[in-house]
Design a protein around this ligand. Structure first.
Ligand code: FUC
Length: 769
């Protein structure tokens, strides 16, 4: 049995305790107060700022000079020159405070407040919960003999948020409800049951937004009290909220009205039914059971505290994993924008890092669990977003580097900001576009949808074209390197003791470009196009610098074996090739697995502060190193040191990438398919002796169920969607059944076997006893 709820015995103390609901666009943080319910509202396109011309022509003028300095080893001078010239025009991200700058910031839409006519001290038997099995937040408590109950959800089908308030005693619900926002908005009541809030961000240059609220009351009276609606003596109250901006919808007012009208026609019962059906069509695909402890029945915050005090809680791992899937379903749906640094949930006007799209790990990490945990549709908002960067990115490539193709750097917004950011030590990371393209390829690799590949191949090719023209031969070695660049967001110490970030050919760039070129080569073969271009990529890959092992037994972070200014740095960029890349694998490169581990050991020796996405990344590394025990230990560290009462990950502050990265990591511990074969239970920790997982996805169009006991595979089921050959890593002897009969399997090499999955369907794999 899966335990699929977060629950608490008190209302949330603050935002970090509130519970998130969302439909990919419209989000809410439910506080669950007794006297005052607050639902902080979000809309995915609520981003200030506007398009700006930020490409800096002075970059190109100084490009050769910076490169020469780098190649002469005059790093500090290269850095100083870069600080002057290799940056955007304007304020860029304004060091994360761009709410009133052109770059802009994602921000809260406002709040819904509901004040009940009762005293909180009179309440008893209070429970607040988030049921992730049906994506509904609930609050319940007693008041004397009366039992009050609230249910809240954000429906993707109806595109509205719905709140339903009931009481066991009739005519007993009296409340005042309003929506408001601290700036840039006007709110007013129409009639006695409809409230509108509208405004515009960034003066008259930014997006226009609207939020509408309709109140339906069964019996009782309703009253317009100007900035709020009063309900007196109702049996049941349903509140419907719609919100839109003119970024995603042409006419936000019309859209809000239409959505609310349709929702009224459906009524609460129908809205609830279709919401659950829709949500479960995604959520129910995966079931996980890693064993349970008796503590499952304790409130979630108590469980977390017990774990911090050294207690055991196996069920919390499964809950965290499913919560990650819940969060992705709730923050990323086709037709919207991708999940940002906080998914869609952001309570502030000026949040950390503009709550934007950081591209030197964060946005990508949000989508690590998408394919593996069978939420391919939730990956989709990322693809048009990547496409939207191509046009501005072509301008940036041309103006800043005189290069072909398209480029984007460390961070972007919804306005197509593709220039380098305002400081080169972290802002001139130019491999972001190639990294994004990995997601296009992976979506294909899991689903084998050739039409999709055909559509996105030009985006991948455009990115590859950028690197083909931006890469430059290192004058000493002849290797093709990026310059200028940096290894996110670390600095190195030069021979004469200077601390510098700007460099040529950091390992991460090379690994990401290897990944892009490799994927483009494969894509062009599958599509049977572009032979000439393919050959150029094949030739270029040969000229990329090889991975080198440094003096500490680590994979080098830079071309030279520099020491890191911060050896315990949170970014472990030079392990991109281990995860999420596929260049470093046990199968292909066993000789450097030790050096990959060396990178992590060194970071841990000097750091230890790995929180949020950094820790989540580390868990994935250990999974790829097939080191389940370390993966599990670091997962526990994430729960202990980096998790808020509502199970949001905290960097700090809350950043959703950690949730998604760790969700992917649990999947990676149980199933991998990046090495050209499916590997069941590649990193099973000792703690998970018995368990099962159903419905994970593997590359090649397969769905996979696995059952194990005593740490040993009992049965795996591969459902083939595309009828492809199924290649399996089999260190123990296996047999395969189709339709109850054993079928032929072919040994490809030691420990690797394959079988046909034509016809498509279900294939059962058993170890020989
Ligand atoms: C990256 C990280 C920071 C932070 C920011 C949003 O640049 O280095 O730690 O997560 O993104």
């Amino acid at each position: 049995m899966q335990n699929l709820r977060l629950w608490y015995q008190k209302p949330a103390n603050d935002w970090n305790g509130a519970l998130p609901i969302g439909n990919g666009r419209l989000g809410g943080m439910v506080f669950g107060g007794i006297q005052e319910e607050r639902i902080q509202l979000n809309e995915i396109s609520m981003f200030s700022g506007y398009p700006e011309e930020s490409d800096n022509p002075r970059m190109l003028k100084h490009l050769d000079e910076v490169r020469s300095l780098l190649f002469e080893g005059r790093y500090k001078e290269a850095q100083l020159l870069s600080e002057k010239y290799m940056v955007c025009k304007g304020a860029g991200t304004n060091l994360g405070n761009a709410v009133d700058a052109p770059y802009g910031s994602y921000q809260t839409l406002g709040d819904l407040y509901i004040n009940f006519d009762h005293e909180k001290d009179d309440a008893h038997d209070y429970i607040r919960e988030l049921d992730i099995d049906s994506a509904i937040a609930k609050v319940g408590y007693g008041m004397g003999n009366a039992k009050f109950h609230r249910e809240m959800f954000s429906s993707a089908k109806a595109q509205v948020m719905v709140l339903n308030i009931t009481c066991s005693i009739s005519s007993n619900i009296s409340l005042t409800a309003s929506i408001c926002r601290e700036r840039e908005a006007n709110a007013y009541v129409l009639g006695n049951d409809y409230m509108v809030m509208k405004g515009q961000l960034a003066g008259d240059k930014g997006i226009k937004f609207e939020a509408h609220m309709k109140i339906l009351a069964k019996n009782g009276a309703m009253l317009n009290i100007e900035d709020a609606i009063k309900v007196a003596g109702a049996d049941e109250v349903t509140i419907i909220i719609a919100a839109a901006t003119d970024y995603l919808d042409k006419d936000p007012e019309k859209v809000c009205r239409e959505r609310i009208d349709k929702a009224i026609q459906k009524g609460y019962g129908e809205l609830l039914k279709e919401h659950i059906l829709d949500y479960r069509s995604l959520f129910d695909r995966v079931k996980i059971n890693l064993g349970a402890d008796r503590v499952e029945d304790l409130p979630t915050d108590v469980r977390l505290q017990r774990l911090r005090n050294g207690g055991q809680d196996k069920g919390l791992v499964g809950l965290y994993f499913q919560y990650g899937r819940y969060l992705l379903i709730s923050s990323s749906r086709p037709g919207g924008l991708p999940a940002n640094l906080q998914g869609i949930w952001c309570g502030e006007i000026s949040p950390a890092w503009n709550c934007d799209y950081h591209l030197n790990i964060n946005l990508q990490m949000n989508y690590w669990p998408a394919e593996l945990t069978n939420l391919s549709e939730c990956h989709e908002p990322l693809f048009p977003f990547i496409k939207s960067l191509v046009e501005p990115g072509e301008r940036t490539a041309s103006i800043c580097y005189g290069a072909e193709g398209w480029v984007v750097h460390t961070a972007t917004n919804i306005w197509g900001f593709t220039s380098p950011c305002e400081h080169p030590s972290w802002g001139c990371f130019s491999a972001a576009g190639a990294w994004l393209c990995q997601h296009l390829w992976e979506h294909y690799a899991y689903n084998l949808d050739e039409d999709f590949l055909k559509r996105v191949y030009p985006i991948m090719k455009g990115s590859a074209e950028f690197y083909l023209s931006f890469l430059i031969e290192h004058p000493e070695t002849g290797y093709l390197v990026t310059a200028p660049s940096n290894s996110p967001e670390n600095a190195f110490v030069t021979e004469d003791g200077q601390v510098v970030s700007v460099c040529a050919g950091p390992t991460m760039d090379t690994e990401i470009i290897w990944d892009l070129f490799t994927n483009c080569i494969e894509a062009s073969k599958i599509l049977r196009i572009d032979e000439g271009f393919r050959q150029r990529l094949i030739d270029a890959i040969k000229k990329l610098p090889p991975l080198k092992i440094g003096k500490h037994g680590q994979i080098q972070e830079w071309l030279e074996d520099f020491d890191e200014a911060e050896p315990g740095h949170r970014h472990m960029s030079h392990l991109f090739a281990l995860y999420p890349g596929r260049q470093i694998t046990w199968h292909e490169t066993p000789e450097i697995m030790g050096a990959a581990k060396g990178v992590i050991e060194r970071r841990l020796k000097y750091g230890g502060g790995h929180t949020g996405w950094s820790r989540a990344w580390m868990i994935n590394f250990f999974a790829r190193l097939r080191d389940g025990d370390n993966a599990y230990d670091h997962f526990l560290e994430l729960l202990k040191k980096s998790t808020l009462p509502n199970l949001f990950d905290t960097h700090p502050p809350f950043q959703i990438d950690g949730n998604f990265g760790a969700t992917a990591a649990i999947g990676e511990m149980l199933l991998q398919s990046h090495e050209g074969f499916i590997n069941f239970l590649p990193a099973l920790p000792n703690e998970w002796q018995d368990g099962s997982i159903e419905g994970l996805r593997a590359r090649g169009g397969f769905e996979v169920d696995i059952r194990w006991s005593g740490g040993i595979l009992q049965k795996a089921r591969v459902t083939s969607m595309k009828g492809e050959r199924c290649v399996i890593y089999a260190p123990i002897q296996i047999r395969v059944e189709y339709g109850g009969e054993d079928i032929d399997i072919k040994v490809l090499e030691k420990n690797v076997v394959e079988f046909d999955t034509c016809p498509q369907g279900v294939y059962d794999i058993y170890p020989y006893n």
